[in-house]
Write a protein of this length. Structure first.
Length: 193
């Protein structure tokens, strides 16, 4: 019969080696490779202002309430990057109906020229993660009247900016065309100042 020490010793050594490999060496190796190959993405696709201060990420949406800026999707988690997700409401859920009605009222107040029937659905619903930084090109175009009045930038120029920041489908096949709201708004802020 083997002693407890002779049984525990290989278990402890194996556990230590696995913790060292999986908990330290593998993450350091992957992080190092990512930093060399694609440092911007490895650091979270951070966006900096002219003073080199972080103002956001290309991957996480932000709440824009200023009428001189494009508004993004609703976020049920207030764009908190610490965790993603959304309330998995059915279309018949009372909270979902109230939130959608509130969003449509806010839309009507901020964009009186664009009828509610023409509001793209992505402006009154949140994405599955609650962090989506993109809206559809249609959602951006629906806001052009408001922005043109608020900023003095012509509708044609705003439409050109939307086209400039419209990203295509992944590999030309997957997903939909989309506009990164943060990147678009940064350009708007430069032109409006």
């Amino acid at each position: 019969m083997e002693s407890k020490q002779s049984v525990l010793s290989p278990i402890i050594r194996t556990s230590f080696v696995i913790m060292l490999l999986c908990g330290l060496l593998y993450p350091l190796t992957v992080t190092g490779i990512a930093q060399v190959i694609m440092p911007d993405k490895a650091d979270g696709s951070l966006v900096y202002n002219e003073e080199k201060e972080v103002i956001g990420s290309e991957l996480i949406g932000q709440s824009f309430k200023n009428p001189k800026l494009f508004h993004g999707r609703i976020s049920s988690i207030e764009y908190n990057g610490a965790g993603s997700g959304s309330n998995n409401y059915a279309p018949s859920n009372e909270d979902m109906i109230m939130r959608t009605e509130d969003s449509l009222k806010a839309w009507t107040k901020d964009n009186p020229e664009t009828p509610v029937s023409e509001v793209p659905i992505d402006l009154v619903t949140n994405s599955g993660s609650g962090l989506d930084p993109h809206i559809s090109p249609e959602a951006a175009l629906a806001q052009v009247n408001r922005l043109s009045k608020a900023t003095g930038i012509s509708k044609q120029e705003l439409t050109s900016l939307i086209k400039k920041y419209t990203e295509g489908r992944e590999l030309g096949l997957f997903g939909e065309e989309r506009v990164n709201v943060l990147m678009l708004n940064l350009d708007i802020m430069k032109k409006a100042s």
